[in-house]
Design a protein around this ligand. Structure first.
Ligand SMILES: [Zn+2]
Length: 169
């Protein structure tokens, strides 16, 4: 089932998500729905708070479904290593139609549980490293806009506020 995506301004996006305690049927359903919602959007990553659930779960597929081995489900993830810096244009399904250049690690390793509850790691470079950190940020109540500075950030926030005022958000 495709779930509605919460946009910037939704309180859940600003809350620190809670660890998953038990892999219940509800959690498995949440994961299925998140995968479906991510592909339908389309996007390369989606965190549970973006579908209104304050749990530490994200799904990610930097190939957008083109390569089956690229789909990852991460439960209770932690950043193990992040190193280097890269800056690229980035967007977010919760901030549709806005992009900005965000500094991110060049390489990242994230450890968490898969949907069977087994511990595993994802090592990412380039786009994957960026996506990993982007999704982890969501679980801590942070959006890519928070990593911007100055005029660009103000400009985007002003345009979002205008869309909100006119009921287009
Ligand atoms: Zn996002």
């Amino acid at each position: 089932m495709i779930r509605p995506i919460t946009r910037h301004g939704g309180a859940i996006l600003r809350q620190k998500a809670c660890p998953v305690q038990k892999l219940t049927a509800d959690i498995q359903k949440l994961i299925d729905d998140m995968i479906e919602t991510m592909y339908a959007a389309p996007g390369i990553g989606l965190a549970a708070p973006q579908v209104g659930v304050g749990l530490r779960v994200f799904v990610m597929d930097v190939s957008s479904g083109r390569s089956s081995g690229d789909l990852h489900v991460m439960i209770n993830p932690e950043m193990v290593i992040h190193e280097g810096v890269q800056s690229f244009e980035e967007g977010c399904l919760s901030v549709p139609n806005f992009q900005a250049t965000v500094p991110r690690p060049k390489r990242a390793i994230v450890r968490g549980l898969n949907r069977e509850g087994k511990s595993y790691e994802i090592e990412g470079t380039g786009l994957s490293a960026r996506a990993l950190q982007h999704e982890l940020d969501h679980l801590d109540g942070s959006l890519f806009l928070d990593r911007l500075r100055g005029v660009k950030k103000e400009l985007i926030l002003r345009r979002i506020n205008k869309l909100k005022r006119t009921g287009q958000w």
